[in-house]
Design a protein around this ligand. Structure first.
Ligand SMILES: C[S@@+](CC[C@H](N)C(=O)[O-])C[C@H]1O[C@@H](n2cnc3c(N)ncnc32)[C@H](O)[C@@H]1O
Length: 260
């Protein structure tokens, strides 16, 4: 895991480093400056909508009592949701991210905010040792599922790591329903949802992409059914606010709360 650098660098050195980079997230720094983004602010709305929905659900489930809770953020990118969860008062927050450059950026921003309860580690989520990591009151998997070629094992991982609430936010595809002949026309089975196959193989160098480029994106029915089948007891699709980012507002993406 990556440790703190604040002992070696002054606060103003850290802020200077942060402001010299371009970010996926528009962080407001302790001195009031904002991190420059590489998307001209076009994606601020999706991050803001997702944090608003997440925070609302955390308040509902944990009633603001966070100080004894542990959280893990799967695919933490440059740390936005892990940072915000730590700032909310969670006792321990761990971000796991495949790209080392994102882990380095997350540690930098963590040190600027002096959030000692926040750690980041580099790993493909499929390689994490669940026995070693233990379980968390909150598992976040935001913006990741639809970049994976094995989304079902990712959902199993979420369940294995979770002893409370799991929040999944993902792009979904239109579903196919009905029945199919299964071995014989005399034996039919109902579809429990469907997956869309998306090609990101030309974009695996991109900072937001999956690592293999082969992406299976679930329909909402598939996601709901799978979460129950991997072991969650209760699954609910969260209501976006009226002024939500268009993808969440029009159901192209969803945020789902799953309880063990
Ligand atoms: C669209 S971004 C979402 C980041 C963040 N969770 C959010 O919602 O803003 C996808 C992130 O997943 C990471 N990622 C992709 N495949 C991964 C994998 N197999 N294991 C861990 N991280 C992965 C990428 O590096 C990127 O940071």
């Amino acid at each position: 895991m990556s440790g703190s650098r604040s002992n070696d660098l002054s606060q103003s050195d850290l802020v200077r480093q942060v402001l010299a980079k371009e970010w996926f997230y528009s962080y407001e720094l302790p001195g009031g400056e904002r991190t420059p983004t590489y998307h001209n602010g076009d994606l601020d709305a999706i991050h803001d909508t997702r944090w608003l929905m997440l925070e609302r659900q955390l308040q509902k489930v944990f009633s603001g009592r966070y100080s004894h809770l542990k959280a893990v953020d799967l695919a933490s990118h440059q740390g936005w949701f892990a940072v915000k969860t730590a700032q909310l008062g969670f006792a321990e927050v761990l971000g796991i991210e495949a790209r080392q450059s994102h882990v380095d950026d997350s540690c930098l921003i963590r040190d600027v905010y002096a959030l000692q309860q926040l750690q980041f580690t580099q790993s493909d989520i499929h390689d994490v040792d669940t026995l070693k990591l233990g379980q968390f009151d909150l598992v976040l998997m935001l913006g990741l599922l639809y970049h994976l070629e094995n989304p079902i094992s990712a959902l199993r991982l979420c369940h294995a790591l979770c002893k409370g609430l799991c929040i999944i936010e993902t792009q979904i595809v239109p579903g196919i329903s009905g029945v199919v002949d299964y071995g014989s026309y005399q034996f039919v089975r109902p579809l429990k949802g469907s997956f869309g196959l998306i090609d990101e193989t030309g974009e695996t160098h991109g900072p937001e992409a999956g690592v293999t480029g082969i992406c299976l994106v679930p329909s909402l029915e598939a996601l709901h059914w799978l979460l129950l089948k991997v072991g969650f007891a209760e699954v609910a699709v969260l209501e976006p606010p009226e002024d939500a980012y268009e993808q969440l507002r029009y159901g192209k993406r969803v945020m789902v709360a799953a309880h063990v």
